[in-house]
Design a protein around this ligand. Structure first.
Ligand code: FAD
Length: 293
């Protein structure tokens, strides 16, 4: 398996921000991924799993360790009636379109989430119909040392934007869907929800999705709005006018430090004005709140 050195991470994530990874690999098979995890475990290299990078902020200083990019692990098949088995790097948006066409109901509300199925399951991505974990029948997981096994979806600890997968890696996912539904009904529902998303979220600007999780029963975006910080900008990082829980990378000029300083400012204002502590939804990789596996 080819290990590359010094690859720039800004080109590999939605935000277009980030320095270089000491080691970077794009496995072509699950066996490749196992070998990489075995290698990094033996070498004691911090390892970061990267899907489409739509929920990640890399540090401009880069990532010291191995970044495993799942983008080449594509593809899905109908495992049994109503159950789709997809590889970790399968694009979620195209999967939604394709299962809609097959008349399989369940994923239609996950339209407009620009990620991989592995990243979506890891972070229990949410749509109007609930978290993706509700649809997961089984997940094939790889332990840090490379051991691989299927896990029943009911044995995972699904919570808001959390799966309990921890330091394991998602290799394949089985999703349970309702068969024999009219494809046109599913397509229309996806189109309706996508239109709503496009109206309420910045879609054609570089962001990383929502910065903060919504505290129970509250909207982080609304609280930030109420703090009176309309389009506050620090360097190249600006609070989105369309949705205050998104930070935009204006003209591609934001540094990771600009984004983090703006995050700190938003948190402080919400703490002072609402007495609420916001938790991050974006994953900070190789930054102050580093999360590695
Ligand atoms: C415009 C826009 C709209 C969005 N709308 C939504 C939305 O409606 N709902 C929502 O929940 N999110 C939304 N997001 C956020 C993001 O798209 C989702 O969180 C998505 O599921 C991330 O998938 P990814 O493959 O890009 O993961 P990445 O961003 O690459 O990674 C996210 C996390 O998952 C981990 N990970 C990735 N792949 C694996 C794997 N195979 N095994 C183990 N861990 C892995 C990473 O290490 C990281 O911790 C939006 C983002 C944008 C930019």
């Amino acid at each position: 398996m080819k290990l590359e050195e010094g690859i720039s991470l800004s080109g590999q994530c939605w935000y277009r921000i980030g320095g270089k990874a000491s080691y970077y690999a794009r496995p072509q098979s699950i066996e490749d991924m196992q070998q990489l995890l075995d290698w990094s475990h033996r070498e004691g290299q911090p390892t970061f799993l990267l899907g489409y990078g739509s929920n990640v902020l890399f540090d401009d200083a880069g990532f010291e360790g191995l970044v495993i990019h799942t983008k080449s692990l594509k593809g899905y098949e109908q495992h049994e009636r109503g159950i789709i088995e997809a590889a970790a790097g399968q694009n979620l948006e195209s999967l939604v379109g394709e299962v809609n066409d097959l008349g399989l109901q369940g994923l239609e509300s996950f339209v407009g989430i620009p990620g991989s199925i592995g990243g979506a399951v890891y972070g229990n991505a949410g749509a109007s119909g609930g978290g993706i974990g509700d649809l997961v029948s089984e997940v094939e997981l790889i332990e840090p040392g490379g051991i691989r096994e299927w896990c029943d979806g009911r044995d995972l600890d699904w919570r808001y934007r959390e799966s309990g997968i921890g330091d394991r890696v998602v290799a394949r996912v089985r999703i349970r869907l309702q068969p024999d539904v009219d494809p046109e009904t599913l397509r229309k529902e996806s189109a309706r929800l996508l239109e709503k998303k496009i109206d309420t979220q910045p879609f054609d600007i570089r962001t990383c999705g929502c910065i903060f999780k919504n505290p129970t029963g509250m909207s982080a975006g609304r609280m930030i709005d109420e703090c009176g910080l309309p389009d506050l900008q620090i360097g190249g990082a600006r609070i989105s006018k369309i949705h205050a829980n998104f930070i935009e990378n204006v003209d591609g000029k934001a540094t990771s430090d600009d984004i983090e300083r703006l995050i700190d400012r938003m948190r402080e204002e919400v703490r002072d004005q609402h007495d609420v502590e916001l938790d991050l939804e974006v994953v900070l990789a190789g930054t102050r709140e580093e999360r590695t596996r």
